[in-house]
Design a protein around this ligand. Structure first.
Ligand SMILES: [Zn+2]
Length: 208
């Protein structure tokens, strides 16, 4: 998976589009995380849709493919946020599309700054990675290395399995315990949150 160069290039392109000089501009990883968290906390349906789209994109081939390291960063982000409120207002599809695009940009940029890259891809945690994001960077690095070796980390239980034996990014056990069509349940189990019901998680640090 020699995706390293392509990813860095795409970050440069994003920076160019926004009139930023990627080489000069110091990207603040904490700000990226804050913005992504804000989007993911906004609304349950929206976060569900974003997760579904990114899950499909990471499995896609060719141009539409979402780089696996950026997807791993997204999973880490999901595990950081408490349940997004379930509201009854429905976002327009354009709004959700915009937010999805933004999350793709943010996660791609995030992994480019948190991790150390070479032409072979991720080679470690970036030297100037902020202390608070070191665990995220390590998780991205570890999961990416595993994937390069043909192994996938189940997005639900964290079990490491042969990438060829995964179904919809889950190990076969998790996949068979969830009906394929039950997108809500599938999402609720993403990032191994083991929710027992809506609005409750196994985390104790839910601060609202
Ligand atoms: Zn699993």
């Amino acid at each position: 998976m020699a995706k390293g160069v392509g990813l860095i290039e795409s970050v440069r392109n994003i920076a160019d589009e926004h009139g930023l000089k990627a080489t000069k501009y110091r990207i603040d990883a904490n700000k990226i995380v804050q913005e992504a968290e804000k989007i993911l906390r906004e609304d349950y349906t929206q976060t569900l849709m974003i997760s579904a789209v990114l899950g499909q994109m990471v499995e896609a081939r060719g141009r539409d493919r979402f780089p696996a390291p950026a997807f791993f960063a997204f999973i880490e982000m999901l595990s950081r946020i408490p349940d997004a409120p379930r509201d009854t207002k429905s976002e327009s599809s354009t709004e959700i599309e915009d937010r999805t695009t933004r999350i793709i940009e943010l996660m791609t940029t995030l992994v480019s700054v948190l991790c150390e890259w070479s032409e072979k891809g991720i080679v470690g945690v970036a030297e100037d990675c902020p202390e608070s994001l070191r665990d995220t960077a390590k998780a991205v690095f570890r999961k990416t290395k595993l994937l390069q070796g043909g192994l996938w980390t189940c997005i639900s239980c964290g079990e490491i399995v042969n990438v060829k034996e995964t179904r919809a990014l889950m190990c076969t056990n998790c996949d068979s315990s969830i009906s394929r069509s039950d997108i809500h349940k599938r999402f609720d189990q993403m990032a191994g949150r083991n929710r027992t019901g809506y609005g409750r998680t196994s985390f104790e640090d839910v601060d609202d």
